[in-house]
Every structure is written in C-alpha cells, then in structure tokens.
Design a protein around this ligand. Sequence first.
Ligand SMILES: NC(=O)c1ccc[n+]([C@@H]2O[C@H](COP(=O)([O-])OP(=O)(O)OC[C@H]3O[C@@H](n4cnc5c(N)ncnc54)[C@H](O)[C@@H]3O)[C@@H](O)[C@H]2O)c1
Length: 311
Amino acid sequence: MLVTGGAGFIGSHLVELLAAAGAEVTVFDTLTSGSRENLAAVRERVSLRERDVRDVDWGKYLAGNRCDVLFHLAANAYVPPSVESPSFDYETNFATTFRLLEALRGSAWPGRMIFASSAAVYGNAVRIPICEEDPTVPISPYGVGKLAAERYAAVFSQLYGLNIASLRFFSAFGPRQRKQVVFDLLAKLSRDREELFIHGDGTQVRDFLYVTDAARSAMVVAAAGPLEGETYNVGSGEQHTIDELAKALCGMTEVNPRFVYSGTNRPGDPEKLVVDISRLESIGYRPEVEFAQGLANVVAWYRELTGETWK
Ligand SMILES: NC(=O)c1ccc[n+]([C@@H]2O[C@H](COP(=O)([O-])OP(=O)(O)OC[C@H]3O[C@@H](n4cnc5c(N)ncnc54)[C@H](O)[C@@H]3O)[C@@H](O)[C@H]2O)c1
C-alpha cells in the first residue's frame, strides 16, 4: 500500500492503523508539515521515502511496484497558503493528483484509491446538515483544487473503470496536529492564564472528529465503498460550539481565564458546519472516540510535547 502524505497528521495515524492491521506500507512524504517522529512507533514496519509527489513518475512507479491500495493525502492541507500562492496549491493539490490519475488510467491500474478531499469544496453551506449532494461552491483556491481533483477522480472512475472514492474531511483533531482551533486554544492557554481570546462570539458550531476515526474512515471506504467515484463526508455527526470546546479545554487544564471575544468571525469562517455522515454510516462506519476522550488525549499529548503543566 502507498500512503502519500503518510508522515502528516491524519496520514501518520492512518499508517499506524494500516501497519497494526498487518499491511505492508510505503509512505511518500516531503516532511514539509509531516515528520519522521510522527511515524516513530511504526519505524520498523513502514518504508518512509522522502519523495515529493509533484516529481514522481507515476507510470514508472506503478510499473515497478505492487500497489494495491493508494491513499493520496499529500497536499498543501490548509486554506491560507492557497490564498497567498494559488499556483503552489494548484500544482501540489490539483495538478499532481491529475497526473497521478492519468498514470492510473494509462496503466489500467486494478487497485483502489482513496483521495483526501475537504469540506472546503462546499464553501458557505446553503443548509445544514451538509449532505454530499449539496451545492459545491468553494471560496478558496484550496477548495477549488480539491473539488476539481475529486471531480476528475469521479469522471476517470466512471469512464475508465478506476476504483476511486474521495473523502471530504471536516474538522479532524488529535495528537500531532499543530494547527487549527484545538491546538490554537491550548497554545493560548499556555501563554496567558488570565484571558482567552476567541474569534467570533463563541457560538460557532463545528463537527470535530478524532483523528483515528478520520483515518479509519479511509480504511472503511477502501474496503467497503463501491469506489465508483463517490464522495463521502467525514465527520462525527455531532455538533459542538467553540465555547463548549474552550470550556472543556479549560476544565482539563484547570486554567480559568476570562473569555474575550472578537465579536466577528474571521473571513471565510462559516457560522455553522454541521455534517450529515449517513452515506459513510451506510457502509458500516461509526466514529468510536468520544469528543471528551479525544480532547483529553490531545491535552496529554500537548503536555508531553511542550512540558506544559498548567500549574
Ligand atoms: N486535518 C483536517 O481536518 C483536514 C480537513 C480537510 C482535508 N484534509 C486533507 O487531508 C489530507 C491530510 O491533511 P493533514 O491535516 O494530515 O495535513 P498535514 O499537513 O499534516 O499532512 C500533509 C502531508 O503531506 C506532506 N506533503 C506536503 N506536500 C507534499 C508533496 N509535494 N509531496 C509529498 N508529501 C507532501 C506533508 O509533509 C504532510 O506530511 C490533506 O490532503 C488535507 O488537504 C484534512
């Protein structure tokens, strides 16, 4: 099996689960945002190659290597770099995926591919909960690239019989994630015990999915999905406000700051992201890790990472 981006946040958890299930796993990763340490627990069992997916000759790779399942996660994984440099995002996320699809088509590849797409394909949701059939109107170059790639994947699947599905990840969280709201709030609680600055008014609603559940969804779809170009929302199906999240983290760290709100959401930050995961559930997927347990795991990881005691 090949996992591109397998040294990253979701990728490394996926690689651990695959290795635990006995799979032979190769990882392609530049270690740009990922790291060797992320794969430390499976170092002996996984082949980590420092390769840039933009430069891989996929036809040659497929001809010379047995690759029955391909999880394609390598990407610029965040919106802001795509806004600063759309051409970088286009090349890394879309053009590379397109070349990979072309190689799979050209070699009449018989394997299965899972493409890591994103909730960013929806842009500002027109209704909640968000279903896969809802309008896709991305509002960032990142979202456009993910949408174009998953559409090509679907068309290639239908026209050329490739076995592919795309996963639209919402807000995954967990150990090894050094960005996004959970990590940001912990970092703020580390810096300042008196005041906790929160964007918006704290009522924004999000669907937080623990990272091993996000990773496991890729295995479930690879094993059970029809792989005919379909897309799957990947979330927990639960809703939490940013205030609830912040209060839970304060409780776990025993820090009691005054909450200070900016009052307005950041541009491009929707008020509510609520996810319908019934399509994923229909193929046997159920999230396993409770929100509170997931947060406790992150807090424990953050303490170990930073030496923070919050005393
Ligand atoms: N984390 C989320 O909540 C979330 C939400 C939506 C979509 N996604 C998607 O899931 C995938 C994984 O995201 P993540 O959160 O684990 O991010 P991440 O940044 O931790 O993982 C991406 C990995 O790809 C590697 N990489 C980047 N460019 C590369 C290149 N050119 N060649 C080889 N490797 C390269 C990075 O070093 C990193 O290890 C991405 O495709 C991302 O767009 C994630």
